[in-house]
Design a protein around this ligand. Structure first.
Ligand code: KIV
Ligand code: NA
Length: 268
């Protein structure tokens, strides 16, 4: 059965952790869905991880939709979330147009950054499932840094999370905050929290898929390497190039043949 918002909320009630990864393409979506991930997420980290941009703010709505459509074709069971890109939710009307485009192309819900209570409530009142995103928010901060380290800033993050819930957010992502703050917010909120670099006690976890496959050259404290896929890709590319150059590939088993008479006729 397809996983809906009810399912995700029930998981929190039953103290079961929610699993989530980013995804930007069809084959990865098929595998993540098959692996039983709860949430598959076309984030605007598309920009830095897949498209080679310096920052997430370069990602356009059309680019998100292009990848969302591919991921949609691969997702059968998981909840499919899409990010609202930078400057596509400047006011409630613009936000609704953006959100409707994303849901039209297969998103089950949309995520936006910061304390945008008015926008969240407008989308919610129009039947859109909205996810908030607090702490470090790449659309507003240009360098990754832990947020909410002082009491005052922690209080702002916690109060913002409650305001998002009150405005009608269904979920909230917490990025790069102290573990204690992640725990307090997760206990205070009825809606589930999903952490990335937010400690062990959020209601679920998300990682950027390249970060956990070892495809990214960078190393991050909050991520964990679950497979040296990057190293495997590099070795495969090198082996292929070497074999083409040496003539070891293709071999007889990799080729198709014509009938002798057809070959003769072709020559004449
Ligand atoms: O775009 C993204 O990958 C995100 C996650 C880090 C939550 O917003
Ligand atoms: Na994002």
């Amino acid at each position: 059965m397809a996983k809906n918002m009810n399912y995700l909320h029930r998981k929190k009630l039953n103290a079961q952790k929610i699993t989530m990864l980013t995804c930007y393409d069809y084959p990865t979506a098929v595998l993540q869905d098959k692996a039983g991930l709860d949430v598959i997420f076309v984030g605007d980290s598309l920009g830095t991880n897949e498209l080679g941009y310096e920052r997430e703010i370069s990602v356009t709505l059309d680019e998100i939709i292009h990848h969302l459509k591919a991921v949609r074709r691969g997702v059968k069971e998981a909840y499919l979330l899409a990010d609202m890109p930078y400057k596509t939710y400047e006011n409630p009307d613009m936000a609704l147009v953006t959100a409707k485009k994303l849901t039209l192309h297969g998103a089950d819900g949309v995520k936006l950054e910061g304390l945008q209570a008015e926008i969240v409530s407008h989308l919610h009142n129009n039947g859109i499932e909205v996810w908030g995103h607090l702490g470090f928010t790449p659309q507003h901060h240009d360098k990754a840094a832990v947020q909410g380290k002082t009491f005052d800033s922690a209080k702002i993050v916690a109060e913002s999370a409650i305001s998002l819930q009150d405005a009608g957010a269904s979920m909230v992502v917490l990025e790069l905050i102290p573990e204690e703050l992640g725990k307090v917010i997760s206990e205070k909120l009825m809606i589930p929290t999903i952490g990335i670099g937010a400690g062990r006690f959020t209601d679920g976890q998300v990682l950027v898929v390249q970060d956990m496959l070892g495809i990214n050259p960078r190393e991050m404290r909050h991520a964990k390497n679950y497979g040296n896929v990057g190293e495997m890709m590099l070795k495969s590319f090198q082996a292929y190039a070497n074999e083409v150059e040496s003539g070891a590939f293709p071999q007889l088993t990799n080729v198709r043949h014509m009938k002798d008479e057809e070959r003769e006729a072709l020559l004449n």
